[in-house]
Write a protein that binds this ligand. Structure first.
Ligand SMILES: [Zn+2]
Length: 274
């Protein structure tokens, strides 16, 4: 289930299920007027990357996920064509949360601020890439204050400043990594493997973009176990409905400082009944 932010026609999130692979991708928003060096946008990028990942995974079903992602990024470079300057720091980019069911294990790969929530042996665990949060938290401390309402010109100026600074940390060893034009970013992802057999096997897994995980880590109106229960019992749409209510209750962003009133939100729920 993937829903664009209210008022936005184009969804910069993307989710897909292809054979043993499930993924959610969140295209990095480009501010109006930004020179990205590219004729394509984030919505194009996430869909291209999804198609290329599907293709690569079909060709090499047992390859390490990082290798598959690297190859998909490499192929999307070719999809841009000659018109785009892929060295531009604002080149289209996306966060990635990817899982693969091998029958024995659930392999995962996470780049940037998407989150994987799993339940096994009654324990709920989360997996995310803390480097992005660290960089953004530092930048936001300087840039977003409760003094400026979402949509104000002061806030827009701060946002532009932050995004420019964020590019200095994008796909850099002391910064954070995201799927963009550099295939090497894939090898910086958070990766791991969880059992799908035995007592401690994964029973459920939810893949979330930050527009959905904010229910817990920003708005904090539920915990991870409650989130997993809600999407299992009432569906991802109910989680997204509640996120929209929380965003609307804080329209100007004074309680929860942020750059956008609403964000695209995506949830993929996997259940393993064996
Ligand atoms: Zn392009």
């Amino acid at each position: 289930m993937s829903e664009p932010a209210p008022g936005h026609a184009e969804n910069e999130d993307h989710a897909f299920h292809a054979g043993p692979i499930v993924a959610v991708l969140d295209g990095v928003t480009v501010l109006p007027g930004t020179d990205t060096g590219c004729v394509h946008g984030p919505a194009w990028y996430v869909r291209r990357l999804g198609s290329r990942l599907t293709e690569v995974a079909e060709e090499s079903p047992t390859a390490p996920l990082a290798d598959s992602l690297a190859e998909a990024i490499r192929r999307v470079r070719g999809d841009h064509g000659d018109r785009c300057d892929l060295d531009n720091p604002a080149t289209p980019a996306a966060t990635v949360c990817l899982v693969r069911d091998t029958g024995q294990t659930l392999d995962y790969l996470i780049l940037s601020d998407s989150t994987l929530v799993t339940e096994r042996a009654g324990q709920v665990q989360i997996f995310t890439d803390t480097r992005f949060h660290k960089v953004v938290a530092e930048l936001r401390r300087d840039a977003v204050t409760e003094d400026y309402a979402i949509g104000s010109s002061e806030q827009a100026a701060r946002m532009r400043q932050t995004v420019t600074r964020k590019h200095e940390f994008t796909n850099q060893p002391d910064g954070y990594w995201v799927a963009a034009a550099d295939p090497d970013a894939a090898h910086q992802a958070v990766i791991g493997s969880l059992p799908l057999t035995g007592k401690t096997r994964v029973r459920r897994a939810a893949l979330l973009t930050d527009g959905a995980s904010c229910a817990v880590d920003d708005y904090a109106f539920m915990d991870w176990a409650e989130l997993l229960e809600l999407v299992t019992e009432q569906g991802p749409e109910e989680l997204i409905r509640r996120v929209r209510l929380a965003e609307d209750a804080d329209r100007d962003g004074y309680a929860q400082p942020r750059f956008k009133r609403h964000d695209d939100a995506t949830v993929a729920l996997c259940t393993f009944d064996k």
